[in-house]
Ligand binder design. Sequence first.
Ligand code: SF4
Length: 192
Amino acid sequence: MNLARESIELLEQAARILWFEGTKHGLRDREWMALRFLSRANRFSRTPSALASYVGTTRGTASFIIGELERLGYLERKRSATDKRSVTLSVTQQGKKFLVRDPVNVLLEAIAVLDDEVKIRFRDTFRHVLDHSDAVEQRHHTDVCKRCIFLREDRANTDSKTTAEFSCRLFRAPIAEAEVDLLCTSFEHHRQ
Ligand code: SF4
């Protein structure tokens, strides 16, 4: 029995829920992927180029996806006050509500009923597979900020309380505590 091959065969079948022909609830698979990603991405990754990199497409196709999601009222773009060329994408309230129809929710629900220990092993197993594939192919993947090699954490003791302040050494910017759990396309993991 080849357990690795069997796992990939199961993964292939689960991926059919993510990748499909036509539309589901009016969106194509890549549009769902974009909306899902932008609802979880940090401020550095809510840009057209980061979206193109995450979805694995060209800037032109990413622009088309953004236009479609904007037209439907699920996304809005804002120009930066300091740099008029840079654009930040935000999922609207309507877009957040629409995500309850996301086709991947059936997978989320199936995983949600597992014990926490199993969920952690499941997540870590996927991470191991991605980290290892990255090392082989010399590519970076997207992951949560708190695991990134560029995240700096400064701890301070005040009034018998320990507080933590985070910053990004790549973007040279402060990171709020709530942002450390968000996705970033500039993420880089620790090499062993
Ligand atoms: S620390 Fe890493 S993941 Fe976090 S914002 Fe910086 S580059 Fe992105």
